[in-house]
Design a protein around this ligand. Sequence first.
Ligand code: IPM
Ligand code: MG
Length: 352
Amino acid sequence: MKAKIAVTPGDGIGPEIVAEAVKVLKAVAEKYGHDLAMETHLVGGAAYDQCGDCLPEESLAACKAADAVLLGAVGGPKYDKLPGPQRPEKRALLTLRKELGLFANMRPAKVWAPLKSASPLKPEIIDSGLDLLVVRELTGGVYFGRHERAADGQSALDLMPYSVAEISRIARVAFEAARKRRGRVTSIDKANVLETSRLWRETVTRIREEEYADIELDHMYVDNGAMQLVRAPQHFDVILTENMFGDILSDEASQITGSIGMLPSASLRSDGFGLYEPIHGSAPDIAGQDIANPLATILSAAMMLKHSFGLTEESDAIERAVGRVLADGILTKDLGGTVKCSEMGQAVIERL
Ligand code: IPM
Ligand code: MG
């Protein structure tokens, strides 16, 4: 098959980790006879430095014209003083999500057997199972509601709107994902306080009754959900939640796997187009040292092959190769090893 990938390395460790994922994609394309055209574009602080805009028109247009986007990470202390709407997180990441219509954010979190001891949870909790998928609504809620500071500077507000249409489409994504996994969705909200959460709960319950009676559904308040994630993570299969709760819970979920450097993500719309990125950030403190862990980005590339291009076999092959790399004790610094970022892509390719 033939596809066009927009590659946007971004800031900090972004260029280093993306380079390794690109190597792996090229190797897969060669081995399986696919034509993957990859072109690099500026986003984030890197773009700001060159053209005074974290998301230049050219980059946005290139992402829109591609079949999928592979992103490293954006942001860094150097850009913290930019006004809110111009900052890399808002201007590059949130604008890309909104402009590309990427409403469904999939963040799988599982423990890789060779890395079990890295989890901060007790072994008996880990052994009972930790393999979950956070399905986070990505283009609504408080991230995209009105943000305002009063004229006198003494108060501010952030609105959190949600519509039945927005809740329904993300709920369906979660139920469909559960069908391919262990058949359970836990919807997380704050329905004891928030009106949007009450609408969320009603809508999710109705969609399950009407369309997904085969899927088990339970609801949790977000405070309890955060607690259950560390107390009994085996309870969770698919977590369905709104934008901000999903942001927080996915960081928590990633940490209990022991290594945020291992977790990929996909941000999708319903036609298969997607943006793929590691869930960790740009890690400016270790940028340029060749010690970052590129596996989350490599696994994000694997998600791209599966979700955007339907290349399940190729995607599984990358995942298996990553598993072997870990089993062989080839570990970057964050995992307790000494292997360089620039060596990891090759290590994965050798095991493909
Ligand atoms: C994430 C990040 C972003 C978010 C930031 C960088 C705006 O934390 O992708 O989880 O909050 O969505
Ligand atoms: Mg986050």
